[in-house]
Design a protein around this ligand. Structure first.
Ligand code: F6P
Length: 343
């Protein structure tokens, strides 16, 4: 019983629609819950801009990429009309008993604050970067790895034909999970991630040794990777304290440096938002559906201030504070395990 509003916030991610479908189907069937969707993330909640959500509106959604609700990077406290007081008023006017917020770290920390300010809210973790510590995998990650792996396979054939070094940049601002997994799956000769410094000398040594064996080197780099040698001409510190490449993506910085140092013709590709588009993989559809179904148990139990998460093969409940305690970065030993076969 009860009426609940669902929103999707932050960068989109394959599997968002499957979460919405899972929640609506189970919530209606098992608990007699009603749902509406807030449009464009927190904006819809702040402005009371909703669309109806029922069994018929979620038909066929498991395979659809993006989010039917729209998303944005607006925060619930950042707008002039934002804040818990106003949100409480909006929820009362619409007769909504609680909010289900599907999003990443920013969404979880905003949800935590709203919960502490008296809003009935629960969460579903989402990010293609897979960097939320509370959950073993986030939906969207598997899809992104699949797309990046296909990109490596495709770059390999053109690289081989021209005997070039190919550098592929994938997403991952603070964590290199997509680079690590797709790089392993695609058999990259070097994988560069934000968590692990590698010098230009080392990267060029790997590239040269591949070339010396008569092969075309394949380098996969996460967007958050920076060369220790990168000076202010090449990078800039973001508000989060992380260095970011200033001249386009890091792949576009690296490729000419590799070419200059090794004499090997080198090309760069920035995969960008292709990694977030299109249909989710089967794995992501299943995970997203299970999380969506499980979040209806949370609201039925009035277990506010928590989110659902995957631990092993089980869906568990985690409070927002615990969920936000740590960032899940690639551990040193996991990187070293694969690094021994680079080059
Ligand atoms: O946080 C997920 C992510 O995909 C990052 O890897 C990437 O840096 C960012 O989103 C890009 O987001 P935007 O949609 O704002 O360009």
């Amino acid at each position: 019983m009860g009426k609940f509003g669902i929103l999707t916030s932050g960068g989109d991610c394959p599997g968002l629609n499957a979460v919405i479908r899972g929640a609506v189907l189970k919530g209606e069937t098992v608990y007699g819950q009603e749902f509406v969707g807030f449009l464009d993330g927190w904006r819809g909640l702040i402005e009371g801009d909703v669309m109806p959500l029922d069994r018929s509106s979620v038909r066929g959604l498991a395979r659809e990429g993006g989010t039917i609700l729209g998303t944005s990077r607006i925060g619930p406290y950042s707008e002039p009309r934002g804040g818990a007081e106003n949100i409480k008023k909006v929820l009362d006017e619409l007769g909504i008993d609680g909010v289900i917020a599907i999003g990443g770290e920013g969404t979880a920390s905003a949800s935590k604050r709203l919960f502490e300010d008296g809003i009935n809210i629960v969460g579903v973790p989402k990010t293609i970067d897979n960097d939320l510590d509370a959950t073993d995998y986030t939906f969207g990650f598997d899809t992104a790895v699949e797309i990046a792996t296909e990109a490596i396979d495709r770059l390999r054939t053109t690289g081989n034909s021209h005997k070039r070094c190919m550098v592929l940049e994938v997403m991952g601002r603070h964590a290199g999970w997509i680079a690590l997994y797709s790089g392993i799956a695609g058999g990259a000769h070097a994988i560069l991630i934000p968590e692990q410094p590698e010098s230009l000398n080392q990267i060029c040594a790997w590239v040269t040794s591949v070339k010396n064996r008569g092969r075309s080197p394949m380098v996969v780099v996460a967007e958050g990777f920076t060369l220790p040698e990168m000076d202010q001409a090449h990078s800039t510190k973001g508000v989060d304290g992380f260095n970011r490449p200033r001249l386009g993506g890091i792949a576009e910085v690296l490729a000419p440096l590799i070419e200059e140092r090794t004499g090997i013709e080198t090309r760069s590709t920035v995969l960008g938002h292709i990694q977030r588009g299109g249909s989710p993989t089967g794995f992501d559809r299943v995970l997203a559906t299970r999380l969506g179904m499980a979040v209806t148990d949370l609201v039925a139990d009035k277990h506010w201030g928590h989110m659902v998460a995957l631990r092993g093969t089980a869906i568990v409940r985690v409070d927002f504070g615990e969920a936000l305690a740590n960032h899940k970065t690639v551990p040193q030993d996991q990187y070293q395990e694969i690094r021994v076969i680079f080059g």
